[in-house]
Design a protein around this ligand. Structure first.
Ligand SMILES: *Cc1c(COP(=O)(O)O)cnc(C)c1O
Length: 381
């Protein structure tokens, strides 16, 4: 990635830089690949990044959005998404969040339990509304990903187990202010193999046969997100393999005539266009190591501290040809505030700019005020 460093002096470090043209190319690829198949609709999983400019670009390219909180529903409405393109998931929706979504007439609630179904029904009745509902099913598929981001195993808190589904469907059909329209799934995040998606399709096919036998027609099947990105080679693979992703579904899922297949992609949409840009405060010689101390820390990008995640680290202003090995750390008073150990960088000096790559998803949105630090700003160019 070529960084427009001449424009970086206008803004305080650390900040998040988003490459607008890469984001647009990614969205164009999604639209082209999903557009090859009848009834495929893509929602953006807003929790990955809610920068208003980024949301505006995504809305402009015609994607819908998938929210997991009332606050996200509000953000999407503010960014101009049509309520008819907003779906709302989450294992613990509070009453005010449900009411807000009912008032906005969103497209669908992805419901994760029987008690939630009853609450939505009663809140909808009080407003004289009928809520569209898809039931989130836990398909017990192993996504082979990090244990913090796998969601489709029966031991996870998410969704309704296959064994209990019939009972909850009966309930949904019986409740007068619930309109049961489909099924929802999401098996995990940062999946780099396509086999778990194919497994999910086979589970869905079995379920659809059962629904058909009961004479229940489903309008939508929502398969969630999860497509991973290449954190190690972001320049070689700036755009995830959407062609294979959608083709895997097309090959394996048996949709019924007129049925819509919905996707909720988060990371794959926004990850590679974003970098956390930080300035080197000090280069410190330890006993056996050299440390590059950045002005960005785990409060700005928590993924390395939270899941041991890897982000490529690049010195984007050094003119040095010689290299040196450094541990790259932040200023925060926690030993886990470390972005990389034994990183080979050009000889680095105070004042250099360092980019932490592939930080567009679950980066800025997870920033906190820990140590009374400021939330990093955005620069979308
Ligand atoms: C997080 C989430 C997504 C998006 O996951 P990605 O791995 O970022 O694509 C989609 N759907 C639901 C319900 C989610 O919770």
């Amino acid at each position: 990635m070529i960084f427009p460093t001449e424009k970086f002096s206008q803004i305080h470090t650390p900040f998040y830089y988003y490459d607008k043209s890469l984001l647009e190319q990614t969205l164009d690829t999604i639209n082209a690949e999903a557009g090859k198949y009848e009834g495929y609709k893509v929602h953006y999983a807003v929790k990955a990044n809610v920068d208003p400019t980024v949301l505006g670009i995504i809305n402009g390219k015609g994607l819908g959005c998938d929210c997991v909180s009332g606050g996200e529903v509000e953000r999407c409405l503010m960014s101009g998404f049509a309520p008819s393109k907003i779906v709302f998931a989450g294992v613990g929706k509070a009453d005010w969040e449900i009411e807000l979504a009912l008032d906005a007439n969103i497209a669908c609630f992805n419901v994760e339990s029987e008690p939630e179904l009853e609450v939505i029904d009663s809140l909808a009745r009080a407003k004289g509304k009928i809520a569209n509902v898809a039931l989130r099913v836990n398909p017990n598929v192993d996504a082979h990903t990090h244990k913090y981001i796998t969601t489709g195993l029966s031991e996870n808190k998410f969704g309704i187990s296959m064994e209990m589904l019939d009972e909850v469907v009966d309930k949904a059909l019986a409740l007068k202010n619930i309109n049961f329209i489909g099924l929802h799934f999401h098996i995990g995040s940062q999946l780099l193999e396509f086999e778990p998606f194919a497994m999910l399709c086979s589970r869905i096919n079995d379920l659809q046969d059962k629904f058909e036998a009961r004479g229940i027609a489903l309008k939508t099947i929502n398969v969630g997100g999860g497509l991973g990105v290449d954190y190690v080679n972001p320049d070689k693979n700036p755009i995830p393999d959407f062609a294979t992703f959608f083709a895997t579904y097309n090959k394996n899922i048996k949709l019924r005539p007129g049925q819509e297949l919905h996707f909720e992609l988060g990371r794959a949409v926004v990850c590679q266009c974003g970098s956390l840009i930080s300035r080197v405060l000090y280069v410190k010689n330890g006993l056996n190591k050299k440390f590059v101390i950045l002005d960005a820390g785990m409060s700005d990008l928590i993924r390395p501290a939270l899941y041991g995640a890897h982000h490529n680290i690049e010195n984007i202003t050094s003119a040095e040809t010689e290299t040196e090995t450094y541990d790259v750390v932040g200023p925060i008073c926690e030993s886990s505030d470390c972005f990389g150990t034994d990183e080979v960088l050009p000889l680095t000096h105070r004042g250099d700019l360092v980019a932490l790559r592939s930080a567009g998803a679950y980066g800025q949105i997870m920033a906190s005020n820990y140590n009374c630090r400021k939330i990093p700003a955005s620069l979308v160019l």
